[in-house]
Design a protein around this ligand. Structure first.
Ligand code: GCU
Length: 412
C-alpha cells in the first residue's frame, strides 16, 4: 500500500468514514451470564478500528437521498431497530389519564413567575400512578413562550418547586429570567430506578407479559416525559411547538429516546448521555454495553444485552439515535472529566448524524475536529459543547442550551 493511502486510512478510521451497513446479527449467547471483567478502556490509542453502520443505507441496501425517503423508509426502520434492540416497545394496554392543576401561585419567585403544580394520573388494570409536573412561566411574557422540560433523575430536592432548595441541576430562576418557561418531573414518579422485575411503577400498570422486546425503565421515563408534554402543549402560556426536553446522564439517554419517539418535542438537550445514549458503542471507550446492562439490567430491553462484549454485531450505533431527532434542533453536551461517558465518542456520534440533517438543510455542519473546552459550536440545528469539570448538569450547561434555544426556538 502506498504511504498516502495508509495515511488516509489511519485518519479516516476513527471517524468511521469507511462505513458499511450490516445485516441484523444472529443472536449471540447472553454474555451477561459469563463473568467478563475486562478493564475499562480510557486510552484513545486503544480504541479499535471500527466501521460505523451507514446512516442513510437501508436494510435492503438502498441509499436514501431525500428527506421523504428518510421520513417514510429509513427513519421508521431505525426507530424500529432502537425499539426492538435497545429501549423496548411500549405495551398497547389501554389506560385512562386525568390531568389536574392542583396548585397555582401567580406570585412565585418574588413575582417573576407563575407556578403551577399539575398531577397527571394514569389508571390501568385497577392500579394508578401520579406524575407530579411542576411548571414556572415568566410573568413578564406578553405571548406564549418556549419551554424547557427537565427529566429529573436525581433526588427531588434538585427540582424543589417551593424554591427553598436551589440547585444548578434545574436553575429555574435563571431560565425564567431569560424568558423561558421551565418545567420538571421526577422520573421516579413514572418508574423506580431499580431492577424490581418490572413489578412497580408504570410497568406494574401497563405490562401484560414480557418479552426480549419489552420496554425497560428508560423507555418508561421517556413515556412519562410525553405524558408531561400532553399537558404542556395545552398550557396557554407556552408555545406548544417550542418545547425542549432536557436530560442529564440516564436522564439524557431518556431525553434522546423521548425526542426520537415523540416528534412534538421541538428540541432535545442531551447532557452527558454516554453509553446507550450519545456516545458511539463501537469505540469501546469508557462504559460499554456489557457494563451498563450488568449494572443497570432494568434500563434497556432484553435484546440489548446480546451486544455486551459483542459490539461488532451491532447493526446500528448511537449516531443513528441522534439522527432520529433530525431535522429538529439537537444539543449534545459532554464534560471534560467524564471519561466514563466518552466525550469524544459523543462528538463523533453527533458528527456522524449530520447526513440526516443535510437531507433537510445544509447549514447544520460540524467541524471534523472536536471543539475546545467551553467553546460551544452552534451550527444550524446542531450544537455541541464540552464543559470543563466533572459529570454533572450545571448552570453553565443550561446557559449554553439557552443560547442555542434563543436561535432555534425563540427566533423561529
Ligand atoms: C452511571 C451509568 C451511566 C449513567 C450515569 C448517570 O454512571 O453507568 O450510564 O449515565 O450513571 O445516570 O448518572
Amino acid at each position: 500500500m502506498n504511504k498516502l493511502l495508509k495515511l488516509l486510512i489511519v485518519i479516516s478510521l476513527p471517524l468511521g468514514l469507511f462505513a458499511q451497513t450490516k445485516e441484523k446479527p444472529q443472536v449471540p449467547p447472553d454474555t451477561l451470564n459469563q463473568k467478563v471483567d475486562r478493564p475499562i478502556n480510557y486510552d484513545e490509542e486503544k480504541v479499535p478500528a471500527y466501521h460505523l453502520p451507514d446512516l442513510l443505507t437501508c436494510a435492503n441496501g438502498h441509499k436514501v437521498t431525500g428527506k421523504k425517503e428518510w421520513a417514510n423508509i429509513r427513519r421508521p426502520e431505525l426507530l424500529e431497530l432502537f425499539t426492538t434492540q435497545v429501549f423496548g416497545r411500549v405495551p398497547g394496554t389501554p389506560y385512562q389519564k386525568t390531568i389536574r392543576v392542583v396548585k397555582t401561585d401567580p406570585n412565585a419567585m418574588n413575582g417573576a413567575a407563575t407556578l403551577k403544580l399539575i398531577d397527571i394520573t394514569i389508571v390501568a388494570q385497577s392500579k394508578s400512578l401520579t406524575i407530579r409536573l411542576g411548571l414556572f412561566t415568566p410573568n413578564k411574557a406578553t405571548k406564549p413562550v418556549p419551554a424547557f422540560l427537565l427529566i429529573c433523575n436525581r433526588a427531588p430536592k434538585n427540582i424543589d418547586f417551593s424554591r427553598i432548595v436551589k440547585s444548578e441541576f434545574w436553575p429555574a430562576e435563571e431560565v425564567i429570567a431569560r424568558g423561558y418557561a421551565v418545567a420538571a418531573f421526577d422520573n421516579a414518579d413514572v418508574d423506580p430506578d431499580q431492577d424490581d422485575g418490572f413489578k412497580n411503577g408504570i410497568h406494574g400498570l401497563l405490562d401484560a407479559g414480557r418479552s426480549s422486546e419489552s420496554w425497560g425503565t428508560i423507555a418508561a421515563w421517556a413515556w412519562g416525559a410525553s405524558r408531561c408534554l400532553d399537558y404542556l402543549v395545552t398550557d396557554k402560556n407556552i408555545a406548544p411547538d417550542k418545547i425542549a426536553v432536557v436530560g442529564h446522564s440516564r436522564g439524557a439517554k431518556t431525553a434522546l429516546w423521548a425526542g426520537a419517539t415523540d416528534a412534538r418535542f421541538a428540541m432535545v438537550a442531551c447532557n452527558e448521555a454516554g453509553c446507550g445514549g450519545s456516545s458511539l458503542s463501537l469505540r469501546r471507550f469508557g462504559e460499554t454495553i456489557y457494563q451498563i446492562n450488568r449494572n443497570f439490567p432494568h434500563w434497556f430491553c432484553g435484546n440489548y444485552k446480546y451486544y455486551g462484549e459483542n459490539e461488532d454485531a451491532l447493526p446500528f450505533d448511537q449516531h443513528m439515535l441522534l439522527a432520529l431527532i433530525a431535522p429538529r434542533p439537537l444539543y449534545v453536551a459532554s464534560a471534560e472529566q467524564d471519561l466514563w461517558g466518552d466525550p469524544r465518542g459523543q462528538y463523533l456520534a453527533l458528527y456522524h448524524a449530520v447526513p440526516a440533517y443535510h437531507l433537510f438543510e445544509t447549514k447544520s455542519g460540524l467541524p471534523e475536529v472536536m471543539p475546545s473546552v467551553n467553546q460551544p459550536v452552534i451550527s444550524g440545528n446542531l450544537a455541541y459543547h464540552i464543559r470543563d469539570g466533572k459529570h454533572n448538569l450545571l448552570l453553565k450547561d443550561w446557559n449554553f442550551f439557552m443560547d442555542f434555544a434563543d436561535q432555534v426556538l425563540t427566533k423561529k
